[in-house]
Structure formats: structure tokens, C-alpha cells
Design a protein around this ligand. Structure first.
Ligand SMILES: [Zn+2]
Length: 179
């Protein structure tokens, strides 16, 4: 069974889907048209939408607009999604990402995860085996860094491990983070 069949009964919270439209700025109309072509019309923050429609919209954006925009959508996620309370640092934000992911999705099906593995000092590893694009997840991690800037850190480095990439058909992407 493919992941898309497994996620066919899962829904995404509208507020989260709005990041997709907001991040596309002057391409908002195009974003709305892409969503509408997959059955998501008049998007509302407090409604739920089929995850498969959202994922198909992402595929179109990636193919028609490119990875830069996909990353920008990821960037907009922490601003517009529901996040658990008590996040006070970049590390706790990374650690809570999986919980936030689950708060913005509902229904039965395998939606994969965001796995946080703490490292030594200012390092960590994130393993993402959710069906969203690689660039989208990197955008989310960058946005969390911007939102919870660690003291004394100037930049976040995200190194994609060479163990395979979802963009090339792998089941997961693994990232080494240094800040
Ligand atoms: Zn990847």
C-alpha cells in the first residue's frame, strides 16, 4: 500500500493550509487556483481539508513554481499553525514539531513523523518521514530558528544526510542541524 492510500482519510487543519496561500505572496491567486483544482475552494482557517488534496497541491507548486516557493511555504508554517504551549527555545520547538504536526492533522492513517534526536552541544538530527516535500520541512526548521533564536548563535546550518531524499523516492530525509 502506498503512503497516499494510507493518508486518504487524514485531514489537515485549514489554518495550516493558509500558510500555502500566504507564502505565495504575489502568486496568491495561483495558489488558490491550484488548491481549487484539488477541491479546496474558499479556504477557511477553522475547517479541515483532505490531506491528499493538500499534498497534490504541493506537487503542483513544486512542479510549476519550484522548490524555493515550497521552502517559503514551510517558512510560513510556524506563524500560521497550531503549536503546543510551553515552547521556549529552538530545541523545544524542534522537539514539539511532531506534536504540532499531529495537532494540525486528524483522522486515521499513516502520516509519518518529525523525529528529533538531540546532539552534542548546539547540534541535533531531524528525521522526517512525513509525506511533505523536503524543501518544505527545511523551511519549517529555518522558521523555528528565526522564531526562537538561540543565544549566541548567528546562523542555522542544515546539512542533508546522503542516506536518501524523499524528493528522490526515499522514505525519509535526515538532516544534521548546527547552530
Ligand atoms: Zn530530502
Amino acid at each position: 500500500m502506498t503512503r497516499s492510500t494510507l493518508s486518504s482519510h487524514v485531514e489537515v487543519y485549514g489554518q495550516s493550509v493558509q500558510a500555502l496561500v500566504n507564502a505565495m505572496e504575489f502568486l496568491k491567486l495561483r495558489a488558490q487556483r491550484i488548491l481549487a483544482s484539488h477541491g479546496i475552494e474558499s479556504l477557511q482557517a477553522d475547517k479541515w481539508y483532505p490531506m491528499n488534496s493538500v499534498l497534490s497541491s504541493f506537487n503542483d507548486i513544486l512542479a510549476q513554481v519550484g522548490p524555493h516557493t515550497t521552502r517559503a511555504i514551510g517558512h510560513a508554517i510556524p506563524k500560521s499553525s497550531v503549536f503546543p504551549p510551553a515552547i521556549f527555545s529552538f530545541e523545544t520547538a524542534l522537539q514539539s514539531l511532531d506534536q504540532a504536526y499531529r495537532m494540525n492533522h486528524r483522522g486515521s492513517g499513516d502520516i509519518g513523523s518529525y523525529r528529533y534526536i538531540p546532539g552534542v552541544g548546539r547540534t541535533a538530527q531531524m528525521v522526517c518521514d512525513n509525506p511533505y516535500p523536503c524543501d518544505f520541512d527545511q523551511g519549517i526548521m529555518e522558521a523555528l530558528y528565526d522564531r526562537f533564536p538561540p543565544k549566541g548563535s548567528i546562523v542555522l546550518r542544515i546539512e542533508h544526510e546522503h542516506t536518501g531524499c524523499r524528493a528522490k523516492g526515499a522514505r525519509s530525509c535526515s538532516y544534521r542541524l548546527k547552530w
